[in-house]
Design a protein around this ligand. Structure first.
Ligand code: BG6
Length: 495
C-alpha cells in the first residue's frame, strides 16, 4: 500500500474519467486503488471520479461499486461513513461509447465539476474501443491541454500483432501526443519488479557480475495455478505468448538486461529498454522450432480440487489449440549478453504460483577440493517477485566435519515482509499518471518492437493443428527440459 512516507507527492485536483466504469477492472482494481490513494493523500480530495456507464442509473452504478468493494476488497472495510466520503467524489455520466452525445455530456460534466482543467481518461474497456474514445474526446475538445493536463490511460493488449499495434498507435497518436498516452503494463507497477532496478543500480557488487562473463543464463517466469477464469473470449485469440510473454515478461527482461540509464527519467529508462529490444535476435521458422514451446493444460487437479481441461472451459472451442503455456529462448546480441540464453516462460494451471527472475552463474571451472567429485552447483541469484517477494542467493559451503565436500547453502532475504506495506500496482501506476511520470509505462516504439520480435513466432504457430498437453497442476512439460538442456541446472521450477 502506498503510504504518505512512501511518496509524499499529492497530485493536483483532477477529474478521473473511467470508461468501462461498471466493469470488472474498475470494481476489482481501480476503485480500491483510488480509495487507498485518497486515504494516503495521493489523490487530492477535490478530485472527481466520473464513471461513463451505459444502461444503468447512477444509484445502480453506486450499488455495483459498493458491492464490488465488499466482495473483492473486504480489507478496505468500507463502512457507511467511509463509503459516504468516497461516494461523494463519484459522478456518473450515462451513455454509449458509440454515441457522440456521450462525449458531449462528459464535456458538460467536466465543465460543471471542475472547469476544464486536469483530466485522466482511463480506458477500462476492450481495446477495439480505444480509438473511438480518443476520437470522441477530441471531437468535444477534451484533448487539448489549454489549462490543465489531459492524459489517456490504456490497458493491454496493445494490438494482437505488429500491424494492429501500429494501427492503434497511429490512431491514438493522431489525437493525443505520445507524452499524453500511458500504456499500462501492470507488471511494471509491482514493487518487486521496480525493486529489480534498485538491486541492480543501488548495489555496486552487481554490476561487475552482470554480464556474459559470469552469467550462464537467465530465466524469467510467471507460473499460475489459476486457469483462464471467465476470459475465454479474449484468451482464445490471445494465448500465453501474447498474454504474458510479449508484454509482461519481455518488459521484465528489458529491465534485467538494460544498460544503466543516465538518469531515472521516463525517456532515459525507456531508451535503454528499447536498445535491449533492438538487440534481441530475430526468429526464423527454424529458430521458432528450436527455441519455443507451446502447450495446453489437460484436466488434472490443483490443490486437491479437480481442474477441467482448457478445452472444457466455458467459451472455449473443444478443438482449440490455443497455448496456455509458452516458453521462448531469446538471445540478446550485444556486448553484455552475447551467447547468454534468456528463457522466458509462463503458463496457467501449473503446479505452483510464483513469478521469478533467476540469474544462474557459470559453473566453477573445476572442483579444487576433490578432483573425483562433481563440480559444485553453479550459483544462483533468484528474485522472487510474487507471491512472497524475496531474494535468494544459492552458494556452496563446506559440509561440516572432517571433509572438504560441499553442499548448497541458501541465503534468503525477504523483501517487504509486511504485505500491507506493498503498494498495489494500480496505486503506483495511477499515481504516476497523475504526477505525469511515464517511466513505468511502455512507449509506442517498445510495444511495436516487442511485437516485431514475436511476430515470426505467431506466424509459425498460427496454422498448428495440434498442441502438446500437460496435466493441470503439474510441471509435466518434457519439452522444457530440451529447451533448457544446455542451461546450467536446466529448467528452473519454482519451489
Ligand atoms: C494479466 C494476464 O495481464 O496478468 C492474465 O492477462 C494473468 O492472464 C495476469 O493471469 C497475471 O498477473 P499477476 O499480477 O496475477 O501475476
Amino acid at each position: 500500500m502506498v503510504t504518505a512516507e512512501h511518496n509524499e507527492e499529492t497530485a493536483d485536483p483532477t477529474n478521473i474519467v473511467i470508461f468501462g466504469a461498471a466493469g470488472d477492472l474498475t470494481k476489482r482494481k481501480l476503485m480500491p486503488a483510488l480509495i487507498r490513494m485518497l486515504e494516503y493523500g495521493l489523490l487530492h480530495n477535490e478530485s472527481r471520479i466520473i464513471g461513463v456507464v451505459n444502461n444503468r442509473t447512477e444509484q445502480v452504478w453506486f450499488d455495483l461499486i459498493r458491492e464490488g468493494l465488499s466482495k473483492f476488497s473486504p480489507q478496505l472495510g468500507m463502512d457507511d461513513d467511509r463509503w459516504a466520503r468516497f461516494s461523494s467524489m463519484l459522478k456518473m455520466v450515462p451513455g454509449d461509447l458509440a454515441d457522440d452525445d456521450t462525449y458531449a455530456r462528459l464535456a458538460d460534466a467536466l465543465e460543471t465539476l471542475e472547469g476544464r482543467k486536469n483530466a485522466m481518461f482511463y480506458c477500462a474497456i476492450p481495446p477495439e474501443w480505444y480509438g473511438r474514445v480518443a476520437n470522441g474526446l477530441e471531437h468535444v475538445g477534451l484533448v487539448e491541454e489549454e489549462q490543465g493536463y489531459r492524459r489517456l490511460v490504456i490497458e493491454k493488449p496493445f494490438g494482437m500483432n505488429l500491424q494492429s499495434a501500429r494501427e492503434l498507435n497511429n490512431e491514438l497518436q493522431s489525437v493525443f501526443h505520445e507524452r499524453q498516452i500511458y500504456r499500462i503494463d501492470h507488471y511494471l507497477g509491482k514493487e518487486s519488479v521496480q525493486n529489480l532496478l534498485v538491486y541492480r543500480f543501488a548495489n555496486s557488487i552487481m554490476e561487475p557480475l552482470w554480464n556474459r562473463n559470469y552469467i550462464d543464463h537467465i530465466q524469467i517466469s510467471v507460473s499460475e495455478t489459476l486457469g483462464i477464469e471467465y476470459r475465454a473470449k479474449y484468451y482464445e485469440h490471445s494465448g500465453a505468448l501474447r498474454d504474458m510473454i510479449q508484454s509482461h515478461l519481455m518488459q521484465v527482461m528489458t529491465l534485467v538486461a538494460m544498460e544503466p540509464p543516465v538518469e531515472f527519467t521516463a525517456d532515459a529508462v525507456r531508451d535503454e529498454k528499447m536498445k535491449v529490444l533492438r538487440a534481441v535476435r530475430r526468429f526464423d521458422p527454424e529458430l521458432v522450432k528450436q527455441q519455443t514451446i507451446a502447450a495446453q493444460y489437460a484436466s488434472g487437479s490443483i490443490n486437491g480440487e479437480n481442474a477441467p481441461a482448457y478445452v472444457a472451459e466455458e467459451g472455449v472451442s473443444p478443438d482449440s489449440v490455443t497455448e496456455t503455456f509458452a516458453a521462448v529462448r531469446f538471445y540478446i546480441d550485444n556486448w553484455r549478453w552475447q551467447g547468454v540464453p534468456f528463457v522466458l516462460w509462463s503458463g496457467k494451471r501449473l503446479e505452483k504460483r510464483a513469478s521469478e527472475v533467476v540469474i544462474r552463474f557459470r559453473k566453477p571451472p573445476f572442483n579444487l577440493f576433490d578432483s573425483h567429485a562433481s563440480i559444485p552447483a553453479p550459483n544462483a541469484l533468484i528474485f522472487r517477485l510474487q507471491p512472497d517477494g524475496r531474494v535468494v542467493l544459492r552458494l556452496n559451503a563446506k559440509k561440516t566435519g572432517l571433509t572438504t565436500d560441499n553442499e548448497e547453502m541458501v541465503m534468503r532475504a525477504p523483501y517487504a515482509d509486511d504485505a500491507t506495506a506493498v503498494a498495489d500496482a494500480y496505486e503506483v501506476l495511477m499515481h504516476d499518471v497523475l504526477t505525469g511520470d511515464g517511466t513505468l509505462f511502455s512507449r509506442s516504439d517498445e510495444v511495436e518492437e516487442s511485437w516485431e520480435i514475436v511476430e515470426p513466432i505467431l506466424e509459425a504457430w498460427k496454422d498448428r493443428v495440434s498442441i502438446e498437453r500437460y496435466r493441470a497442476g503439474t510441471w509435466n512439460i518434457p519439452a522444457m527440459d530440451g529447451l533448457a538442456s544446455d542451461c546450467a541446472c536446466g529448467w528452473h521450477k519454482p519451489i
